[in-house]
Design a protein around this ligand. Structure first.
Ligand SMILES: NC(=O)c1ccc[n+]([C@@H]2O[C@H](COP(=O)([O-])OP(=O)(O)OC[C@H]3O[C@@H](n4cnc5c(N)ncnc54)[C@H](OP(=O)(O)O)[C@@H]3O)[C@@H](O)[C@H]2O)c1
Length: 256
């Protein structure tokens, strides 16, 4: 009884006394920015982008922690600072930063392959490693990794991107099991979210004919908005989602 109550008391205490702290990577625009705006009233935020100049909108009260996640040294420094500056009250991490370079693998330069592997997969792995240590000590915490529908379906001209997104699904499921294996009485949840076609800068350059092709495959008859994803994240972070763990949550309008 005592074992189960401890994390519950911690959660109640933190919500009564102070706001829970959430790190969002890639929060300068697109999905990350929409998530930051949605969570701003309820949580203390640590917002990340590749550099401070990337932020064009101010979220009052937010901490800013920048790093180019394609650079191993900057990633290591980012994880160090995350631990030294935010470990005490960190409640959750949204690994959202990501890039795609769409072209046939045959013609994909190695630097693009390396960038996608580093930013989309290695960085979340290292950030998960850093925060798992913190969460296992505290016995609670939430990690949400931003995957993609193509992580499950695959997609022509997105082979490496899709591979990184599939990797995040497997990483999340594995870490959910690992947290429980290491600390059976912990309340650590690790999830992935797989958006479909969402209108952001990342999808803006897709040719109109291609867009119409995708639209025909979406039963909801519209592209998703960043707010659709932000609402899902807000729910998954909340205590109402306390039994959702290890899952890959699709936000795709039924994309077939
Ligand atoms: N949009 C969609 O339809 C869709 C669908 C499925 C999954 N997703 C996933 O959702 C996430 C967000 O996508 P989005 O559409 O919001 O993309 P976006 O508008 O292009 O934003 C990408 C974010 O990632 C950051 N980032 C890019 N390169 C970085 C680097 N080298 N180091 C550190 N940060 C870097 C950017 O920061 P800077 O501004 O500093 O570059 C920016 O904040 C991605 O992981 C993407 O794969 C998107």
């Amino acid at each position: 009884m005592q074992i189960c109550l401890r994390p519950f008391v911690n959660n109640c205490a933190s919500s009564l006394m102070e706001k829970r702290k959430v790190l969002i990577t890639g929060a300068s625009k697109g999905l990350g920015l929409a998530i930051a705006k949605r969570l701003a009233a309820e949580y203390t935020l640590v917002l990340h982008a590749s550099r401070a100049e990337s932020f064009t909108e101010n979220i009052p009260g937010a901490n800013i922690l920048c790093a180019d996640l394609s650079d191993g040294a900057q990633l290591a420094e980012f994880c160090k600072k995350l631990k030294s500056e935010h470990a005490d009250d960190l409640y959750a991490v949204i690994n959202n930063a990501g890039v795609t370079y769409d072209r046939p693998l045959l013609y994909q330069p190695e630097r693009e392959i390396d960038a996608m592997l580093s930013i989309n997969l290695k960085a979340p792995v290292m950030i998960c490693k850093t925060v798992m240590k913190i969460f296992i000590q505290k016995k609670h915490g939430v990690i949400i990794n931003m995957s993609s529908c193509v992580g499950e379906s695959g997609n022509a001209f997105q082979s490496v991107y899709a591979a990184t997104k599939a990797g995040l699904v497997a990483l999340s499921k594995s870490l959910a099991r690992e947290a429980s294996a290491i600390s059976m009485d912990s309340h650590i949840r690790v999830l992935s979210v797989a958006p479909g076609f969402i209108e952001t800068g990342m999808t803006a350059s897709i040719p109109e004919t291609e867009k119409q092709k995708y639209l025909g495959m979406i039963p909801s008859n519209r592209f998703g908005t960043a707010d659709d994803v932000a609402e899902t994240i807000a729910f998954l972070l909340s205590d109402k989602a306390s039994y959702i763990n290890g899952s890959n949550i699709q936000v795709n309008g039924g994309l077939l």
